[in-house]
Write a new protein. Structure first.
Length: 257
């Protein structure tokens, strides 16, 4: 029966992981340390820092997400939602800067969208203990065809998908509709299996490997999730909303002009 795997998916996540917005200094520090471990120490994408915390100017107006092992609190992975700078809303998001010459503005021109409704997913990272399969050590957040299993014996890539869906939940709460990211070419096909439409909006760029500028509609993601991924999204939304409510999250998105 279709309902059984969907229920197992939600319960399976609960038994393994927890995902929380980093709403305290201690949680943000955990995120920065995961990023430093992956991006600086292991992959060499960024310079080693004396405090072992990887961060940049975009973190001042980003919401950080942390994935941890259930019951242990050990970090597993992280991601962030970068919103426009409230002090300078027209300033480009990271992808707008990296892809300035490669975006197809006949598809979408991010600069023409209301800035309160746009954001970018970036700095996805998974700790080395969960990237040990062949071919994955040099990827910050790997996702492969084998993660999904077969039609007869399906599997579910909890880690990366829960980070993405957790970011979607945060975006939805903050009134974000257009979610941008730089993706590996194969990622769109993987997300299509979950009912998520990832739209290419420009030609590939060389940025830590080949990356494609892409866009997702938050409302389309939420309405289009399939029977396997929807229960997980609802679980993540509950966790994220609970944490943000406890910290006084805005009932409506902040105004960006």
């Amino acid at each position: 029966m279709p309902a059984a795997p969907a229920l197992d998916l939600r319960e399976g996540f609960r038994s393994r992981f927890e995902v929380i917005p980093a709403v305290s200094d201690a949680l943000v520090e955990q995120v920065y340390r995961v990023r430093h471990q992956v991006y600086c120490e292991e992959l060499g994408f960024e310079a080693i820092r004396p405090d072992a915390q990887e961060q940049d100017d975009y973190d001042s107006h980003a919401v950080q997400l942390l994935l941890r092992k259930a019951g242990e609190g050990a970090p597993v992975g992280c991601a962030r939602l970068v919103r426009p700078n409230p002090n300078d809303p027209s300033a480009p998001l990271p992808f707008e800067r990296f892809c300035a010459a490669s975006l197809d503005r006949s598809i979408v021109d991010p600069a023409q969208l209301p800035r309160s409704t746009v954001a970018e997913v970036s700095r996805l990272a998974v700790t080395s203990a969960f990237r040990r399969r062949k071919g994955e050590a040099r990827q910050p957040a790997p996702l492969s065809e084998g993660d999904f299993g077969t039609d007869e014996h399906p599997r579910f890539p909890y880690i990366l998908v829960s980070l993405y869906l957790g970011i979607v939940a945060i975006a939805s709460i903050h009134g974000v509709e257009s979610l941008f990211m730089l993706t590996e070419p194969r990622l769109a096909g993987h997300f299509a299996r979950l009912g998520v439409n990832v739209r290419q909006i420009g030609s590939p760029v060389a940025y830590r490997g080949l990356r494609i500028p892409s866009m997702m509609s938050v409302s389309e993601i939420v309405s289009g999730l399939n029977e396997y991924s929807r229960p997980l999204y609802l679980e993540l939304m509950e966790e994220v909303a609970r944490t943000l409510r406890a910290r006084g999250a805005p009932k409506k998105p902040p105004t960006l002009h």
